[in-house]
Design a binder for this molecule. Structure first.
Ligand code: HEC
Length: 156
């Protein structure tokens, strides 16, 4: 009887721990590594699309699948979710993210949304067999440039 109560109490404690931890910050190094993975997946699909559309690799049959994966990876929920925790000056994991991300959050989030919209257009065009030129990537690539250079969200 007492044993059962203890189990019950332990389960309640566990449940409250899990529900509060969902709102707690992650360890800085863990969230930095996580967001770099989120970015790398966008970078990987972008690199594949560029290589195919520039004719460097003969993989036209894979174009639509890459475009779909690009659109899935460039989801604004993933980007803003990966960056919402301010890690400025924290952790020892190498990062190129600048403090401006968090002081200028609304524009950062809006740029992520613009990338998502541009990536969706690319994916839709590819699904119809209409992704044929590198120039069609430019509206999406412009958003990489906004965050990485123009807006100063990255130190290189
Ligand atoms: C909303 C802003 C934003 C957009 C849009 C954006 N990036 Fe990034 N990206 C960042 C920031 C900030 C970092 C630095 C992350 C860090 O070092 O912690 C980064 C880092 C990266 C990295 C390096 C990841 C690593 O391993 O360190 C790659 C690759 C990358 N981005 C690719 C892209 C590509 C390709 C696009 C466009 C298709 C893009 N990003 C669009 C903000 C953005």
């Amino acid at each position: 009887m007492i044993g059962r109560f203890v189990h019950y109490a332990a389960a309640c404690l566990m449940a409250s721990f899990i529900s509060t931890s969902a709102f707690a910050d992650s360890a800085p190094d863990d969230i930095i590594k996580y967001r770099k993975n989120v970015m790398k997946s966008i970078g990987a699909q972008t690199g594949a699309l560029v290589a195919i559309l520039k004719g460097e690799v003969e993989a036209t049959d894979s174009l639509a699948a890459h475009a779909k994966a690009f659109s899935a990876s460039a989801n604004a929920v993933l980007i803003t979710g990966a960056f919402k925790q301010n890690t400025d000056g924290q952790g020892s994991e190498k990062t190129t993210a600048t403090a401006k991300i968090w002081s200028d959050w609304d524009n950062f989030a809006a740029t992520a949304k613009k990338l998502e919209a541009a990536a969706l257009e690319i994916s839709n065009a590819a699904a119809e067999g209409k992704l044929t030129s590198f120039d069609q990537l430019k509206p999406a690539l412009a958003q990489c440039g906004t965050c990485h250079k123009d807006a100063g969200y990255r130190t290189k």
